[in-house]
Design a protein around this ligand. Structure first.
Ligand SMILES: C[S@@+](CC[C@H](N)C(=O)[O-])C[C@H]1O[C@@H](n2cnc3c(N)ncnc32)[C@H](O)[C@@H]1O
Length: 225
């Protein structure tokens, strides 16, 4: 039963495909989040199915989950589905990119898909991650960093939020590595940050990379399994 529910949720999300098949691309006008909010198209994920499954694997049964950068809520839905049913999911996004701020269909589309799956208490934090960090208290079991992709912003998210992550907790960075036929390039802020801090230096110890799937890099203080 649980398995079929997982399948049906995934089947309602349009994942990024690599290489992108032009014939399956969503027409430009349909990309507006209004159409996702109205249920006229599936939420557009900015990650692959393999990444979705990896996010769910690493957040499985986590009690406190934070996502920085929510967009249409596709990854947030996967986290809510995988995490502990009585846990708390904190979704941080200023939703400032909405073209019609009074309606904010991006936020409404995200709320629609996130509310459709799982039971964890969900807290929407409508602000930039550095502002949200100033008020944060308490340990985090799983953190996804997928907000501002400039290298200095990724570094700031790391510095602001990693001290709150529990000893065996996990942080996932999206768009943080190159992969076959993928969209990321060596100039991507998250790629540059991960290479500089985790691959070329020892500045992140005791943190280390524990898993990598497509553009996702997972780090933790725990030993790799
Ligand atoms: C790449 S999208 C997130 C995609 C989403 N995680 C998914 O996989 O479906 C980036 C989002 O980050 C948000 N964002 C940009 N800067 C941010 C910041 N400083 N703090 C939090 N969110 C931010 C944008 O509003 C946008 O919705």
């Amino acid at each position: 039963m649980a398995g079929s529910f997982v399948f049906s949720m995934k089947s309602r999300i349009q994942f990024a495909q690599v290489p992108a098949p032009p014939s399956l691309a969503t027409p430009r006008f349909l990309r507006h989040p209004f159409f996702a909010w109205a249920g006229l198209r599936p939420p557009l994920a900015q990650h692959t199915l393999a990444e979705h499954e990896a996010l769910m694997r690493h957040s499985r049964n986590a009690h406190t989950v934070v996502e920085i950068g929510v967009a249409e809520g596709a990854s947030a839905a996967g986290l809510r589905e995988a995490m502990h049913p009585q846990g708390a999911l904190y979704l941080v996004d200023p939703f400032h990119l909405s073209r019609i701020p009074a309606f904010n269909f991006l936020k409404r589309a995200a709320q629609r898909v996130v509310n459709s799956v799982g039971t964890a208490r969900t807290v929407w934090i409508e602000s930039f991650s550095h502002a949200a960090a100033r008020h944060w208290k308490g340990p985090i079991d799983f953190l996804l960093i997928d907000g501002d992709h400039r290298e200095e912003a990724v570094e700031r998210d790391w510095q602001d939020w990693s001290p709150f992550v529990a000893g065996d907790g996990v942080i996932a960075f999206h768009d943080a590595r190159l992969f076959p036929s993928g969209w990321s390039t060596p100039d991507y802020g998250p790629v540059r940050f991960i290479n500089r801090v985790f691959r070329e230096g020892s500045g992140a110890a005791p943190w280390a990379i524990i898993d990598e799937v497509d553009s996702l890099v997972f780090v933790s203080r725990r030993k790799p399994s």
